[in-house]
Design a protein around this ligand. Structure first.
Ligand SMILES: NC(=O)c1ccc[n+]([C@@H]2O[C@H](COP(=O)([O-])OP(=O)(O)OC[C@H]3O[C@@H](n4cnc5c(N)ncnc54)[C@H](O)[C@@H]3O)[C@@H](O)[C@H]2O)c1
Ligand SMILES: N[C@H](CO)Cc1c[nH]c[nH+]1
Ligand SMILES: [Zn+2]
Length: 429
């Protein structure tokens, strides 16, 4: 880990940088795949699955039979764990349901707002290096609660052409019926344009690696909405002397093991904390099955010592972490000043993994500093708000003259006429 002690504020810009991605090649690859899927549909989809996932398939569609088989392969313990997680995720997201708002803004003028589920949503479930079936729950459960009519799920197959059984079980459990084995850019392109087998959707959700994230950004330029840029996982831990080094390190490694381009940051207030963290890191890292991945991510990661609380807060808001663990004595000071973070975890007994799986909050969160401007996935993301108004004869008489004046001032005579005709009709009747 890179160590930085009491950095100058002028160094912060450098310290908040995430690992650099090869943007130029990435964009060219995304454009190439999008063009091919748009013109050749399923034929291109299967060719890219062969090229990028080394899976030779005759169709991307996952049948009922495959889901039935998968269901039998998932242990009862895992089914029970998924059930517990789904209950908590469901409870937290159901509580986010917005109420209908109705206001009589002037006598005879009633306005109201209602939230409706987006009709067709696409959910991307990462599966390149780990089968993230927890993401199925994080996306399909709120989609169902929001009242989305169609949920299209895409996830990459392994080189054996199969999808991890837990992903299929979680999909059925959450009520998803349209499941496709296709990943990466080609999955996002398929849901953007639609192919012979995969429906076009209105909005695409879900995290993924840099290919998936860049493809979602391309989809949004082509008129399909996206949740947010949810790329390589990241975590910032703010730890004072009350934080237990072994816990801090376990959390840092939990996000470092996601991918070589993940980044974790540990901010400490006292430089004497650094040695214990580094020693723990070596011990815990050595025992991880995904040691090689985590090790690479740790090379991009940092321990930063900032002695002053206000500077710590300012740095963290500048970094805008996807996940923010707060493990300090003066918790309230830090909590009051959180401005930019995807999701916050408080105290020694709130590991980041709790939010990844089962506390109830959503784990699909903005990365790469996008927490400055985006929320993580929540129920609202699956809904649109539609406004309604109904105006009576008295109502149009009340607000009509103001509309006439404003329309005339904007030099829009037809707008004015739409009111004038009605007012004249009422006067003459
Ligand atoms: N921000 C969040 O909310 C969040 C949540 C969960 C996971 N994540 C992140 O999701 C990512 C999952 O990544 P993953 O790779 O395991 O799975 P993935 O499903 O995102 O990506 C796998 C796909 O990448 C494509 N791909 C791989 N190499 C390619 C290449 N050279 N050219 C074109 N396409 C290529 C393949 O089509 C493959 O199907 C991790 O970075 C993890 O940190 C983020
Ligand atoms: N930490 C990831 C979000 O960045 C989500 C996840 C799924 N499974 C494990 N972790
Ligand atoms: Zn995770």
């Amino acid at each position: 880990m890179i160590v930085s002690i009491n950095p100058n504020k002028s160094d912060w810009k450098e310290l908040i940088q995430r690992p650099a991605l090869e943007q130029q090649n990435l964009q060219a690859t995304v454009d190439g795949v999008f063009n091919a899927i748009r013109s050749k549909g399923d034929q291109a989809l299967l060719a890219y699955t062969e090229q990028f996932d080394k899976a030779s398939l005759s169709s991307s569609v996952i049948s009922e039979k495959e889901v039935n088989t998968a269901e039998k392969l998932v242990s009862q313990e895992l089914k029970d764990a998924i059930t517990l997680a789904a209950t908590n995720i469901g409870a937290f997201h159901a509580a986010q349901k917005p109420n209908r708002i109705e206001v009589e803004t002037a006598p005879g003028v009633v306005c109201w707002q209602e939230a409706k589920g987006i009709q067709k949503v696409g959910i991307y479930i990462p599966g390149g290096t780990a089968p993230l079936f927890s993401t199925v729950l994080m996306l399909a459960i709120p989609a169902k609660i929001a009242g989305c009519d169609e949920i299209v799920l895409c996830t990459p197959p392994g080189s054996d052409g199969r999808v991890n059984p837990a992903i299929l079980f979680a999909a059925r459990f959450a009520g998803v019926k349209q499941i496709f084995k296709v990943g990466g850019i080609q999955a996002i392109a398929a849901m953007t344009f639609g192919t012979e087998s995969i429906p076009k959707v209105d909005k695409i959700f879900g995290p993924g690696n840099q290919y998936v994230t860049a493809a979602k950004q391309r989809a949004s330029q082509l008129g399909v909405a996206i949740d947010m840029p949810a790329g390589p996982s990241e975590l910032l831990v703010m730890a004072d002397e009350t934080a237990i080094p072994a816990f801090v390190v376990s959390d840092l490694l939990s996000q470092a093991e996601h991918g070589i381009d993940s980044q974790v940051i540990c901010v400490v207030k006292n430089k004497n904390q650094i040695q214990a963290i580094q020693e723990e890191l070596e011990t815990q890292l050595a025992a991880l099955p995904r040691k090689e991945i985590a090790e690479k991510a740790i090379e991009n990661s940092k321990i930063i010592c900032i002695p002053n609380d206000q500077d710590c807060v300012d740095f963290i808001n500048e970094y805008a972490p996807e996940h923010y663990i707060l493990c300090v004595q003066n918790e309230d000071f830090y909590l009051d000043q959180v401005r930019n973070a995807g999701s916050v975890f408080i105290g020694n007994y709130t590991p980041e993994s709790a939010g990844d799986y089962a506390s109830g909050t959503n784990h699909t969160l903005p990365t790469n500093g996008y927490a400055k401007s985006y929320s993580g996935v929540n129920l609202d993301a699956f809904m649109k708000k539609i406004t309604f108004q109904k105006i009576t004869e008295q109502g149009i008489q009340n607000i009509g003259p103001a509309i006439e004046h404003m329309a005339a001032a904007e030099q829009l005579q037809a707008h004015k006429n739409a009111v004038t005709l009605r007012l004249e009709y009422l006067t003459n009747s």
